[in-house]
Design a protein around this ligand. Structure first.
Ligand code: SAM
Length: 280
């Protein structure tokens, strides 16, 4: 997550507006405070993570990144080097109860941190697939896989709204701070439901909001890329996930003081969702 905003006033213009080159058409008008279109959001998100991938920045080298939000604790440092760009908002693998032999899918895999942790857990009889829409992130993850000599991982270029994965083939879906970046979250959860085996589950860390988020925040493309503007209200998010056919358990939750306004805020939640029957 990027630390781009603090206390926004609804009547203020966003302090961060699009950089030259981010703008991509008439719908791209963050500096006027008008709603962003889906294409503009996705272009801004892809451009942002392309730059992060090429810079190879982690919390220690990117000035605009917050203090590391995630402490991977006793995870083997060898896994983390090069694969942790400080972009997560939880540790879904810590709650996913991965078993040897599991087939795991990580949505928005970035440089591969959660894929590599999962790869250790599922062992040589298991397999972990990372999907990311940013070519430079996929290149970085593949390079990390090669340097770490992982034989049970692969990285596929694609959008998580249209997963390049066959139906009913996955034991556990993971994702870390990605779904908030996607305009059509309903579509993402429909895809998760499609690829999971019957009664299988996901464990996902994501950003949610509470209170009334100012329009100036919601309509800022750079704050979309920073995992803030696209985050859904916590209650509505859980309703959306339940309606997609999942039974939810909250595994952990952290409220970010840095993003607190007078009557709104941002939190990270890690939730498990078990696939049930799909709601009509
Ligand atoms: C905040 S980073 C998190 C990366 C990784 N999960 C981690 O914890 O380090 C978000 C990642 O999701 C990818 N992403 C964003 N929207 C996506 C989409 N619609 N489909 C696939 N990947 C997406 C970005 O390219 C980026 O690599």
């Amino acid at each position: 997550m990027t630390n781009l905003t603090n206390n926004f006033d609804e009547h203020q213009q966003p302090s961060i507006t699009l950089q030259t080159g981010d703008c991509c058409g008439p719908e791209c008008c963050a500096d006027s405070g008008a709603p962003l279109g889906e294409a503009a959001i996705k272009a801004a998100v892809r451009e942002h993570y392309s730059q992060v991938a090429q810079a190879g920045c982690g919390p220690s080298c990117c000035a605009d990144l917050t203090e590391p939000l995630i402490d991977y604790g006793d995870v083997d440092a060898q896994i983390i080097i090069g694969a942790n760009l400080g972009l997560g908002c939880g540790i879904p693998t810590a709650h996913a109860r991965l078993q040897p032999g599991d087939i795991v899918l990580d949505l928005g895999s970035g440089a591969g941190i959660d894929v590599f942790i999962a790869a250790r857990a599922v062992g040589p009889t298991g397999h972990v697939i990372g999907v990311d829409m940013t070519p430079e992130m996929i290149a970085r993850a593949r390079s990390n896989a090669s340097s770490g000599a992982y034989t049970n991982v692969e990285f596929r270029l694609g959008e998580i709204e249209h997963l390049p994965v066959a139906a009913g083939t996955i034991d556990v879906v993971l994702s870390n701070c990605v779904i908030n970046l996607v305009p059509d979250k309903r579509r993402v959860y429909a895809e998760i439901w499609r690829v999971l085996q019957p009664a299988a589950r996901f464990c996902i860390s994501d950003v949610v909001t509470y209170g009334a988020i100012p329009a100036a925040v919601r309509n800022d493309a750079e704050l979309w890329a920073g995992c803030i503007a696209g985050a859904m209200d916590r209650t509505e998010y859980f309703q959306l996930v339940s309606a997609a056919g999942f039974e939810i358990t909250v595994k952990s939750e952290v409220i970010y003081d840095a993003f607190k306004g007078a009557d709104y805020g941002i939190a990270s939640v890690t939730i498990e969702g078990r696939k049930t029957i799909r709601a009509a």
